[in-house]
Design a binder for this molecule. Structure first.
Ligand code: NAD
Length: 294
């Protein structure tokens, strides 16, 4: 049982390791040699090129930052399409623009190579636990072929629609997460400035209507002032850029997303792009001088 895995960053490392722990021979590649070495230590088989991965495996999972990276790995010089054949099947689990997923899949189709998009939600803890929420786009047949991997990597996998639909779903997810983090930041700032014990406020509201998975993940980090990623602001800017472009193309008004994009841009300009997206609260801290961290 062989499977290829390309892109061994915060998420891909854990996902490749989980496939290996479940008995697969996982052939791994990343442009950063140290990422390959780290993954080899957990039983995966390091490869020096994409060609080597394709030479060993029909099924290849990619977990890369954005569309241009996926295009380069799949369609670029020395990419999967150059060495793949009709048996090759690509499951792209990166979060990229739906339009780019469709474009890549169409170009692969001409070579008889199948691809599906299957981005995830849940962050590093769920990648490590194998409990990601997987949002898939592709044919029913391809979804069934990918399900044996989804069973290991995720707690749920839903086929949303045709290729690109997984990423449309993921953009929706990222907009909702961004708005939640902003609301949490604004609320905790008010609590702190009005003299309340912010930790007690969090304890009091987390079980009520305002409580959420976002609150449970991000409020403790905000209270500690811990912004180690996790999910980087740079990646959230990438997702909101893809969401805004999809919004322009479909004439969808997205005033909240646009507002939060500007808040993230302020933080990026201030050198926080590599921090966790929970650092959005620093936008308020910069305006007020109030730090909710205790
Ligand atoms: P990351 O930056 O930590 O990892 C990306 C990896 O891809 C890096 O190791 C990089 O060296 C590698 N890479 C880049 N270009 C490459 C190329 N041409 N060939 C081979 N390897 C290449 O990012 P991440 O946090 O693991 O996120 C990966 C994807 O998953 C992104 O699309 C992100 O939006 C999405 N995602 C991340 C999280 C999270 O919490 N980190 C959660 C859900 C979804």
């Amino acid at each position: 049982m062989k499977v290829g895995f390309i892109g061994l960053g915060i998420m891909g490392y854990h996902m490749a390791c989980n496939l290996s722990k479940s008995g697969y021979q996982v052939y791994v590649y990343d442009i950063m040699p140290e990422a390959v070495k780290r993954t080899e230590k957990s039983g995966c088989i390091g490869c020096a090129s994409i060609k080597e991965v394709v030479g060993q495996c029909d099924d290849i999972i990619t977990m890369l930052p954005n569309g241009p990276h996926v295009k380069s790995v799949v369609l670029g010089d020395g990419g999967i399409a150059e060495f793949g054949n009709r048996g090759t099947f690509i499951i792209d689990m990166s979060s990229i623009a739906p339009e780019v997923s469709r474009e890549i899949a169409e170009r692969l189709n001409q070579k008889g190579i199948h691809m599906m998009d299957a981005p995830v939600s849940g962050g590093e803890p769920k990648a490590a636990d194998g409990t990601l929420a997987i949002m898939a786009g592709g044919s029913r047949e391809d979804f069934e072929r990918a399900s044996k991997y989804f069973d290991i990597l995720g707690a749920s996998a839903i086929l949303v629609g045709n290729v690109g639909s997984g990423n449309t779903c993921k953009l929706t997810n990222q907009m909702i997460v961004a708005v939640n983090i902003a609301a949490l930041s604004e609320g905790l700032q008010l609590a702190a400035r009005a003299g309340a014990d912010v930790e007690k406020v969090y304890e009091a509201i987390k079980g009520g209507l305002a409580g959420s998975a976002v609150m449970n993940a991000k409020a403790p980090m905000m209270l500690e002032g811990n912004y180690k990623p996790g999910f980087k602001i740079d990646l959230h800017i990438k997702d909101l850029t893809n969401a805004m472009e999809t919004g322009y193309a479909t004439h969808t008004p997205m005033p909240l997303t646009a507002q939060i994009m500007q808040m993230f841009q302020v933080l990026k300009a201030d050198g926080c792009g590599q921090e966790d997206h929970g650092a959005l609260i620093k936008y308020y801290q910069k305006l007020t001088g109030t730090d909710v961290a205790q």
